[in-house]
Design a protein around this ligand. Structure first.
Ligand SMILES: [Zn+2]
Length: 295
């Protein structure tokens, strides 16, 4: 078990138990979320060591799920995924000011985002810990994907853009990845980090049932102010924030299910529309936030 005696972000000793969350997805075990009153950071407490996390991650079913388009729900899933991939590509083109360049996708999973960028003419590399996902992305998209232990072999100052789509919250040592990012980005290069936002309207509404706490897979629960502190400590410059507007629907639907709602689809969708509308006027309270950082 990994236990923190002080805040992992600001080292304050006054950390306290915020609430307990259940791992609804896999183990049904309970984990504590701690909070720091000094900087506001929330983090999972007493979580498994890195080499013991395997059993808290699903089997590789998601690979076959991600590539079959049979059935209504899979068709919807594919439509949403295609829309999200185009949205992400648009964001990368906009924030880098480039239409072709070199890109490293950390936590590349089954390679759909990296594959989309490759198809658009970018030179793409991926880093993925799951061997089956890695093999799938190599055979399906012809990508160059390595394991995280090989990150130190990548050449310094070699990427125009580095992306982490909902992965930093899983890493046992996010500061180590931040220093890798600093080393690997070209001067003036852009890093794009998407994370759930524990200060969002939906997080505050659902509390310990909020699906994006996702213990013990998610270890760090950032919001825009704690992420700014993380960026400053890491030596990255936070340029601006953007949002991923569709995430709130999925998170609200799951959160309703975790709360035991019998009509989770309808209540989740209805509430998500309200959260999405409200966060149009306040990006800092959006369900997930994309941080645009510069070296
Ligand atoms: Zn703190």
């Amino acid at each position: 078990m990994v236990h923190h005696n002080v805040c992992p972000l600001c080292s304050s000793e006054k950390i306290f138990l915020h609430f307990r969350c259940i791992d609804h997805l896999i183990s049904k075990e309970e984990f504590a979320i701690y909070k720091c009153p000094a900087c506001g950071f929330e983090f999972t407490q007493d979580y498994p060591e890195e080499d013991e996390t395997g059993r808290y991650y699903e089997s590789d079913d998601y690979i076959s799920h991600s590539d079959t388009s049979k059935g209504f729900s899979n068709k919807i899933y594919h439509l949403v995924r295609s829309a999200m991939l185009l949205k992400k590509r648009g964001i990368i083109n906009k924030v880098t000011g480039l239409h072709k360049g070199s890109l490293l996708d950390i936590g590349s999973g089954t390679g759909h985002f990296a594959g989309t960028m490759k198809k658009a003419g970018w030179q793409v590399k991926g880093i993925e810990i799951n061997e089956k996902a890695r093999d799938f992305s190599i055979s399906r998209f012809g990508l160059e994907v390595i394991g995280p232990e090989q990150i130190s072999m990548l050449e310094a100052d070699s990427f125009d853009c580095i992306t982490l789509w909902h992965v930093l919250e899983h890493f046992h040592d996010p500061f180590k990845y931040a220093s890798d990012i600093l080393r690997l980005l070209k001067p003036g290069g852009i890093c794009v980090i998407a994370l759930p936002n524990c200060s969002s309207y939906d997080a505050k509404h659902y509390g310990r049932f909020w699906a994006a706490y996702d213990v013990p897979r998610h270890l760090w629960h950032f919001n825009p102010s704690t992420f700014l502190l993380f960026a400053e400590k890491s030596g990255l410059i936070l340029e601006k924030i953007r949002t991923l507007p569709l995430d709130v629907f999925y998170i609200s639907l799951l959160s309703e299910r975790y709360k035991g709602s019998k009509i989770s689809f309808f209540t989740g969708m209805a509430k998500a529309k309200i959260f999405a509308f409200l966060s149009l006027f306040n990006k800092e309270r959006s369900s997930s936030v994309i941080y645009i950082l510069k070296k």
